[in-house]
Ligand binder design. Sequence first.
Ligand code: MRU
Length: 347
Amino acid sequence: MSDVLSRVIVWRGDALELLDQRGLPQRAERHLCHHASDVAEAIKNMVVRGAPAIGIAAAYAVVLAAQKIDWNTHRVDQWKEALEPDFARLNRARPTAVNLRWALQRMQTVEAGDARGLIDNLLQEADQIRLEEVEANAAMSAYGAALIAPNSTVITHCNTGTLATTGAGTALGVIRHAHREGKLHRVYAGETRPWLQGARLTAWELQQSGIDVRLMCDSAAASVMAREKVDWVIVGADRVTANGDAVNKIGTYSLAVLAKHHGAKVMVVAPQSTLDNNTPTGRDVPIEQRPGHEVTHWLQLSDSPTQGGHAPEGIAVENPAFDVTPRALIDVFVSETGVTHYHPESK
Ligand code: MRU
């Protein structure tokens, strides 16, 4: 793992240091958060992104919030009430990835003890959430790679690597593992408009791992599949609903439809913390709509773009950050507990 990849989320005792992913791969700047609200803003503004990583960051944000409780006005057993505004703010930071809510709920199960004990226990839980993610990545990487035949060509989308998980990655973990086993012919990475997670982050992580990667415009996937045999589309997920639908970065659904037409298989790779059995189908998941300037102002992804965009001024924009891939289009779901063949009859 390169030095940069070990700095995705670093606990500093009284602050959370995040690697600002918006400047990568050209600039690897630190983004320090002293308050839970700083972390919520960092999640909202994509300083840290990827479903597991935002869950981990939110867990450490709870520790920051607890450090600031005034014990003169709160009893220790009231710590959850004291942190209610922080929990609410973190929960609202991004609506689609269920790992955020899952991590916050898990932090709420921590036993208080005394004030010092509460902080220690919360920190231990945040560390544990992170450790489990790293272990889950390793397990799912091996399970997924075992499904890949030698000389396979893979398309992946968005970023699902260390930057999104702090571990080996979900889909990217499988790809890395298959590469180590010498099974990959080539990987195509979609650029992932409008935030370019594929171009900025995935292409870079794969390059660092010495994998033969070709970056393509998202719209090139159909012609690549028509031209050469693509064996697998391998993606992560931000939420998998009770019926097996996978909610993931916008563009995943298109790839799954294309895969069906061209005979490629679709593998969704995600930890158990991404499963949401309380939501029946993908249609019931809130899909984040992001600001229009992310589409109209090429590469001006900050809160307030300064220069004119490339699209007509005043144009209405549709900018959903995620889409739903129905279970019917998914061949296998891989997590740390193993492989589920969604359509065993077509194996
Ligand atoms: O908007 P992002 O960059 O947070 O979206 C991330 C993705 O969609 C990833 O593909 C997803 O989190 C998969 S698991 C690492």
